[in-house]
Design a protein around this ligand. Structure first.
Ligand SMILES: Cc1ncc(COP(=O)(O)O)c(C=O)c1O
Length: 354
């Protein structure tokens, strides 16, 4: 059974939480683009979550993950991602804010240049995170390298726990995609619902970029919790196997259980992902994303990135232009951050500078 936003908020209070960001994030209409596209286009500015200028979706998850780590008396937080991972950088920032030590195992999908560190990897260095670069070996896939990163990190954690004689290490999965982390996005959806009702708007669609699925799980759970009919369309930024929606629904259900919500998410009914916009691959730019990034920048002075939000925005534009989203619809683009990629290696940037 669905509940009011106020009732839903009571559920989150049960969990330990570190207050890291600035909420609610701004939500407003993009007037110029709305006119051009023939829909009412709104933006949810989770690029503005804080803690630094380089906010993003991970801050919502990290509030609960750091809360959990501290309530368990941990001293180190280990996490994973690509070398230009927004999640890893934001985890380092969250750790510093909470007095915990960040340890990052990062897979070199794009090889960094030690003499010319860029974007998130530079920020990781400035925050003095302990960074372990995991190179992809000959014959190894990205997924295998990611599994190896987890294996190496777990050995490292076991050593530190043994030395301390207690559990001092907290493991955050890639993207913060855990039941605890996704609670942050259940809360995020409830926050959006309050903003929509204050503006007397019913959103027909929410579009956002999906990677590990932690954001999507939380959004779907939050939408069901408040009984909203809004369609959430999650644009993939990387290849996924057919079980991805089911896994994400299971993650949503674990988060809902954690807060004692008494409702569920169903993969077929509630999860809608689209693999049509990420190619040629994760962290590899495409033309449609470059066009989308430039359109939003030129029409609204707003910046998205080539890895996540640019591809999601391109997907949303395609849905609108081809009529899959009918004219006159109320459409929300959930900006999940990631603008540091605009200052990353040129392999990631593509032709944006041209
Ligand atoms: C900017 C940005 N948008 C979207 C995502 C996808 O979020 P999730 O991993 O929760 O699916 C990420 C994840 O790293 C991100 O950095």
């Amino acid at each position: 059974m669905s509940m009011t936003a106020k009732e839903a908020e009571k559920l989150f209070e049960k969990l330990p939480k570190a207050e890291l960001g600035f909420f609610p994030t701004p939500f407003y209409r993009l007037d110029r683009l709305s006119k051009e596209l023939g829909v009412n286009l709104y933006i949810k500015r989770d690029d503005f979550t804080g803690m630094s200028l380089f906010g993003g979706n991970k801050v919502r998850k990290l509030q609960y993950l750091m809360g959990d780590a501290m309530s368990r008396g941990c001293e180190y937080v280990f996490t994973f991602g690509a070398t230009q991972s927004n999640h890893a950088m934001q985890t380092a920032a969250a750790c510093r804010r909470c007095g915990l030590k960040p340890v990052l195992y990062l897979v070199a999908i794009v090889k960094p240049d030690e003499d010319d560190l860029r974007a998130n990897l530079l920020l990781d260095r400035i925050m003095d995170a302990e960074v372990h670069i995991v190179e992809i070996q000959a014959g190894e896939t990205e997924e295998e390298a990611e599994d190896r990163a987890v294996f190496l990190a777990r050995e490292h954690m076991a050593r530190l726990n043994k030395e301390a004689g207690r559990h001092v290490c907290y493991e955050v999965p890639m993207g913060g995609a855990s039941p605890v982390g996704s609670v942050g996005f259940i809360e995020g959806y409830v926050e959006l619902e309050k903003q929509l009702s204050a503006m007397d708007i019913q959103a027909d669609y929410v579009f956002h970029a999906t990677g590990t699925g932690g954001t999507m799980a939380g959004l779907a759970a939050g939408r069901n919790l408040v009984g909203s009919e809004t369609g959430i369309i999650s644009i993939n930024v990387s290849a996924k196997d057919p079980e991805y929606p089911k896994r994400t629904a299971a993650l949503a259900n674990e988060s809902l259980k954690l807060i004692g919500a008494g409702i569920t998410v169903d993969a077929e009914r509630d999860i809608c992902t689209d693999l049509n916009y990420y190619l040629p691959g994760y962290e590899i730019p495409n033309e449609a994303a470059s066009e989308a990034i430039k359109l939003l920048a030129v029409k609204e002075g707003l910046l998205t990135d080539p890895v996540y939000t640019g591809k999601a925005f391109a997907g949303m534009l395609d849905y609108i232009r081809t009529g899959k989203v009918p004219a006159g619809s109320n459409v929300v683009f959930w900006h999940t951050g990631g603008a540091t990629a605009l200052f990353a290696e040129k392999e990631i940037l593509g032709d944006l500078s041209k």
